[in-house]
Ligand binder design. Structure first.
Ligand code: NAG
Ligand code: NAG
Ligand code: NAG
Ligand code: NAG
Ligand code: NAG
Ligand code: NAG
Ligand code: NAG
Ligand code: NAG
Length: 803
C-alpha cells in the first residue's frame, strides 16, 4: 500500500507539488548467511520445526520450515535502542508453542535492557524494560539458557543474571523479584548460566553458577537450596596433560550447560573459563538425580572413536555445547571448546549410551589427511538446495588475531570454532544443527556416524545476517552493484545480492574498513583493513584490484605509521582515473561499541601514491589527519576534504591542496564531513552536516549552498541513480527530514529533487538497531544499501510495479 505523499517544507514554503514520490519499499538482506557468532539454538519440545537461534549482536531468528529460512524477529529496534539488538537468552513455554520470551541487551555497560514477550512466536512483542543488566555480547554468552519458564506455572519465569543474582517473575517477565536466598548470587558480570525446571517434579529446579562447585538445586520451588552433592570440584588429573606449562584457569570445573534428560540424568558440561574463548580444560559429567551418583563421561582416548588426534600440543580445551535427544535420553552430543589453534581442533561427540562411549563426529566428517584440522570439504558449505556459501573457505588465509576462522588445509572449511550452540532437533533425531563463530551447519543424517561414516552436512543459516557493516561501495559500472567491507569477515563483491559470495581473496582482513572505486574505471577498486599476518612481500593492510575484485595486489609498502597490528588502517581513496591513491590512517568509527577494539595509536597521512605504494608522498597544503577524504568520480587527480572547518581541494593527485576557510566558500563552521561526489559530473559534491542539513556545490567546492530547509538533519548522505527523466541523482540521508510529523522520526530518507522534498525509506519495522551507513546505487533508481551494526547490510528497493 502506498503511504500518503509527505512534504518537508523548506523554510515554511507553501505546499508545492511533491517532487519526491513516496513509494513503498522492499527490504532484503545482502546475503552472507551468518557472518557472526551463533550463541544459542533452541527447539520447542513438542512443536515440530519450531526452532529459534539467538546471536550476540544480531537478535533472534525463528526457523521457517516452509520458507526454508530463518526469520529475523528484532528488526523493529531503533537506533536509540541499539543495545537491545543482542539476545542474552531465549525461553520457550513447553505448554504453549506460541509463547516466546527473549532477554535482550548486548553489553553490561548499558542499562538499556528489556524482555521481549510474544504470544505469536515473535511476530509481535510486548517490550518490558528489565530491571537488571544483560550481556549478550559479553563473556559467558555461549552458556545457558539463563531464562526458563516454569512448566507447572507458565506465567512464572526465572532468570540467572550476570549482576543481580537469581531473579523470578510471576507475571510473564513484566516484573521481577530477587531470589535472595539463593546461595551464590555471583554478581560478577558472568553470573548464573542456567536454570532448569524438572518437568516431572514440581518444585525441583537446577541452577548452574559459572564458578567451581556452582551447581545448586531446590525441591521446594526455591524455599531452600542445596549444593548438588558430589559434583566435581577437582580437576581430573588425567586431563591436565600439561601441568607445568598451563594450569587450569579455575580451581575446579565450572558448569557451562546442562540438560535434564527424561530418565533423570542431568548431563553437565564444564570448563575453566566462561568462554567462548580462553577455556583450556573441562569435562563432561552425568548426574543421576535419583541415586545422586556422578559419572565422568568426558570423551577421551579410552572411550571415543576415532581416537583423539595424538599431536595435540596444548591443553585440550573445555566443554560447553550439549544437546540430548528428546526421544532417547541416552543419546546426546557434546562439543569441546577452544582446542584452537590446532591441530586436534574442537570436536562434536555423539553418544547413544549416556556418555559411556562416543563417536568423534568431527573427525569422522573430515576427509583423511587433514592432520587434525577438522573440516568440511568446501563443496559442503552450501544450503540444502545446493546454493554455495563460498566465503566459509576464508580463502585458507593466514590465521588472524584471535579469530580462528581460516582452515590451514586448502579445500576444507574449518569444521567450527566456538561450537557452543548445538541442537538435536526435538522432532527429528537425525537432524542436528550446530553454530560456529560464523554460521550454522546442519545434517539430516547424524546416524551415519553410528556406522563410522560422515553425515551429509549443509549450511542452515539462510536468513541469519549478523555482521557489522564497515564499508560499502556501489560502482557505476562493472560486474557488481555492491562491494562490502564487514567486521570480522573481510569483504565481498556482489554479483548477486541474494546469494552468499566468495570472500575477497588474499590478503584477507579481519575487518574491512575502507573501500573505493575509480570513477572512470569502475573495475579498479581498493580496500584497506587490519591484517594480522606479517607479509614479507608487501603491505597486507591494503590491496588493489583492476578486475572488479577478483584478484588483488598488495601495496608495496604501507603508509608510515601503519604496520602489522594496526587495528584500523584508516581511509583510502582512488581518483577517477585510477592512477592516484590517497591513504590516511585517521579512522572513521561508525560503531561506538567497536571503538574499544579499533582504538589506535598511530595516525598518519594523508599520503599519496601513483605506484601502488612503492613511494608515498606527504602533500603540501594539507596535513590534517582525517577520515573525511574522497575523490572526484569524473575529474582525474582530484581529491577533496572537509576537515577542521576548511575545505581542501587537490587537482594534482593529492600532491598539493588548496585550502579555503569554510565561511569564504559558504560553508558553516563545522568540524568536518566526508565529501560525496557525483558519479557522473565532475566538481559536484554534497556534504551532510548534521543538524545544519545538506550542503551542495557544483564548482569543486568554491561555492556552497545549503539545499535543505529547516528540520532536515543529515548524519550521513549518499547518492544514487536519479528518477526517470531527472538529471539529478537521488539523495539519501540518515537523520530526520522535518521538525514534526512522521518525517521528524530518525530514519533513512530519499529526495529526488536535490533536497527540497523528502520521503521516508525505512519504516518502524525496518530499523535494525540503527542504520549508520548508507550507499546509493548509481544504476538503480530508488535503491539504497543500509549498513547496520549487527544485522549486516540490507538493500531497500522500491516495490516492483511502482516505477
Ligand atoms: C539479590 O540478592 C542477592 C543475594 O542477597 C544479592 O547478592 C544481589 O545483589 C541481589 N540483587 C539485587 C538486584 O538486589
Ligand atoms: C613438572 O614440574 C614438576 C615439579 O616442579 C617436575 O618434577 C616435573 O619434572 C615437571 N614436568 C615436566 C614435564 O616438565
Ligand atoms: C539412576 O540410579 C537408579 C538407582 O540406582 C537406577 O535405577 C537408574 O537406572 C539410574 N538412572 C540412570 C539414567 O542411569
Ligand atoms: C604426530 O603423531 C604421529 C603419531 O601419532 C607421529 O607419527 C608424527 O610424527 C607426529 N607429528 C608431529 C609433528 O609430532
Ligand atoms: C541424508 O538425509 C537427506 C535428507 O533426509 C537425504 O536426502 C539423503 O539421501 C541422506 N543421505 C544419506 C547418505 O543417507
Ligand atoms: C614483520 O616482519 C619484518 C621482516 O621479517 C620484521 O622486521 C618485523 O619486525 C615484523 N613485524 C612484526 C610486527 O612482526
Ligand atoms: C607510532 O606512534 C608512536 C608514538 O607516537 C611512535 O613512536 C612510533 O614510531 C609510531 N609508529 C610508526 C610505525 O610510525
Ligand atoms: C570527519 O567527519 C565527521 C562527520 O562525518 C566529524 O564528526 C569529524 O569531526 C570529522 N573529522 C575531521 C578530522 O574532519
Amino acid at each position: 500500500m502506498r503511504r500518503g505523499i509527505l512534504l518537508a517544507l523548506a523554510g515554511g514554503a507553501s505546499l508545492a507539488a511533491a517532487r519526491t514520490i513516496d513509494y513503498d519499499y522492499d527490504f532484503k538482506p545482502v546475503a552472507v548467511s551468518g557472518g557472526g557468532y551463533i550463541t544459542g539454538i533452541v527447539g520447542h519440545p513438542t512443536e515440530k520445526d519450531l526452532l529459534y537461534t539467538r546471536t550476540d549482536i544480531g537478535g533472534t531468528y525463528r526457523w521457517d520450515a516452509r520458507g526454508d529460512q530463518w526469520i529475523p524477529l528484532n528488526d523493529f529496534i531503533g537506533a536509540e535502542d541499539e543495545n537491545l539488538m543482542g539476545t542474552e537468552s531465549i525461553a520457550l513455554d513447553p505448554t504453549d508453542p506460541d509463547r516466546l520470551y527473549l532477554a535482550q541487551g548486548r553489553y553490561l555497560s548499558s542499562d538499556n535492557t528489556a524482555f521481549f514477550v510474544s504470544e505469536d512466536r515473535g511476530e509481535t512483542f510486548e517490550v518490558y524494560p528489565a530491571p537488571f543488566l544483560m550481556g549478550a555480547n559479553e563473556l559467558g554468552r555461549n552458556n545457558g539458557e539463563r531464562l526458563a519458564v516454569n512448566p507447572f506455572k507458565p506465567e512464572e519465569l526465572w532468570m540467572g543474571t550476570r549482576t543481580a543474582g537469581l531473579m523470578k517473575s510471576e507475571d510473564r517477565a513484566r516484573t521481577w523479584t530477587n531470589v535472595t536466598n539463593f546461595p551464590d548470587a555471583a554478581t560478577n558480570g558472568i553470573g548464573i548460566f542456567f536454570v532448569i525446571f524438572d518437568p516431572e517434579n514440581e518444585g525441583t529446579i537446577y541452577v548452574g553458577v559459572g564458578v567451581p562447585n556452582g551447581l545448586y538445586y531446590t525441591t521446594n520451588s526455591g524455599e531452600t537450596w542445596e549444593s548438588v552433592p558430589g559434583q566435581p570440584t577437582e580437576w581430573d588429573s588425567s586431563v591436565l596433560v600439561f601441568p607445568n606449562e598451563t594450569q587450569p584457569l579455575s580451581t575446579g570445573p565450572q558448569p557451562m550447560k546442562a540438560v535434564l534428560a527424561s530418565n533423570g540424568a542431568l548431563y553437565v558440561t564444564f570448563a575453566d573459563a566462561p568462554g567462548p574463548y580462553g577455556a583450556t580444560y573441562g569435562g563432561v559429567y552425568a548426574y543421576n538425580t535419583t541415586s545422586a551418583e556422578w559419572a565422568n563421561i568426558t570423551p577421551n582416548a579410552d572411550n571415543s572413536y576415532p581416537a583423539p588426534f595424538a599431536n595435540q600440543s596444548f591443553p585440550a580445551g573445555g566443554f560447553c555445547g550439549l544437546s540430548v535427544d528428546a526421544k532417547d535420553p541416552n543419546t546426546l552430543v557434546v562439543v569441546s571448546l577452544d582446542r584452537d589453534p590446532g591441530p586436534a581442533l574442537d570436536s562434536i561427540y555423539l553418544s547413544h549410551d549416556g556418555g559411556r562411549s562416543w563417536k568423534d563426529v568431527s573427525q569422522l566428517s573430515t576427509p583423511p589427511g587433514s592432520g587434525g584440522y577438522w573440516g568440511h570439504p568446501i563443496e559442503d558449505a552450501a544450503f540444502k538446495d545446493g546454493t554455495p556459501v563460498p566465503w566459509l573457505s576464508f580463502n585458507w588465509g593466514p590465521q588472524w588475531g584471535g579469530y580462528g576462522a581460516p582452515s590451514p588445509v586448502r579445500g576444507l572449511a574449518k569444521f567450527g570454532w566456538w561450537m557452543t550452540a548445538v541442537l538435536i532437533d526435538p522432532s527429528n533425531s537425525d537432524h542436528v544443527l550446530y553454530g560456529t563463530g560464523a554460521t550454522i551447519w546442519a545434517t539430516d543424517n547424524l546416524s551415519r556416524a553410528d556406522k563410522n561414516r560422515s553425515p551429509d552436512w549443509y549450511i542452515q543459516a539462510q536468513g541469519i545476517e549478523e555482521s557489522v557493516a564497515l564499508a560499502m561501495a556501489s560502482p557505476n559500472g562493472g560486474p557488481s552493484h555492491l562491494l562490502t567491507g564487514l567486521g570480522d569477515i573481510n569483504g565481498y563483491r556482489y554479483d548477486d545480492l541474494d546469494v552468499p559470495q566468495p570472500m575477497f581473496d588474499l590478503p584477507v582482513f579481519s575487518n574491512l574498513n575502507a573501500l573505493d572505486w575509480a570513477g572512470q574505471k569502475p573495475r579498479t577498486i581498493i580496500r584497506a583493513g587490519p591484517c594480522g599476518h606479517n607479509y614479507t612481500d608487501g603491505c597486507g593492510l591494503a590491496a588493489h584490484s583492476v578486475d572488479g575484485g577478483s584478484t588483488w595486489t598488495k601495496f608495496t609498502t604501507c603508509i608510515p605509521g601503519v604496520e602489522v597490528g594496526t587495528p584500523n588502517p584508516g581511509v583510502i581513496a582512488i581518483d577517477a582515473s585510477g592512477k592516484h591513491i590517497v591513504w590516511s590512517s585517521a579512522m572513521t568509527t561508525y560503531w561506538p561499541a567497536l571503538q574499544a577494539i579499533t582504538s589506535r595509536t598511530n595516525e598518519s597521512g594523508p599520503y599519496s601514491t601513483t605506484d601502488l605504494g612503492k613511494t608515498w608522498v606527504s602533500p603540501t597544503g594539507f596535513n590534517a589527519q582525517t577520515p573525511n577524504i574522497s575523490a572526484d568520480r569524473v575529474q582525474p587527480g582530484t581529491f577533496y576534504s572537509f576537515t577542521d572547518k576548511n575545505w581542501y581541494l587537490s587537482r594534482d593527485g593529492g600532491l598539493s591542496y588548496r585550502s579555503f576557510k569554510a565561511k569564504d566558500v559558504g560553508l558553516p563552521v563545522y568540524p568536518g564531513a566526508v565529501p560525496i561526489a557525483n558519479f557522473n559530473r565532475g566538481g559536484e559534491i554534497w556534504l551532510a552536516l548534521g543538524d545544519l542539513g545538506v550542503y551542495h556545490t557544483q564548482n569543486f567546492g568554491r561555492r556552497w549552498t545549503r539545499i535543505t530547509g529547516r528540520g532536515v538533519a543529515a548524519r550521513h548522505l549518499t547518492i544514487g541513480a536519479g528518477a526517470r527523466r531527472s538529471s539529478k541523482p537521488a539523495l539519501f540521508i540518515v537523520g530526520k527530514a522535518a521538525t514534526h510529523g512522521p518525517l521528524s522520526q530518525d530514519g533513512v530518507y530519499r529526495s529526488d529533487d536535490n533536497g527540497k522534498t523528502w520521503v521516508r525509506v525505512n519504516d518502524e519495522e525496518h530499523q535494525y538497531g540503527g542504520v549508520a551507513m548508507i550507499q546509493g546505487d548509481p544504476r538503480v533508481y530508488g535503491r539504497v544499501y543500509l549498513g547496520t551494526g549487527g544485522r549486516g547490510i540490507v538493500y531497500a528497493d522500491i516495490k516492483k510495479g511502482k516505477p
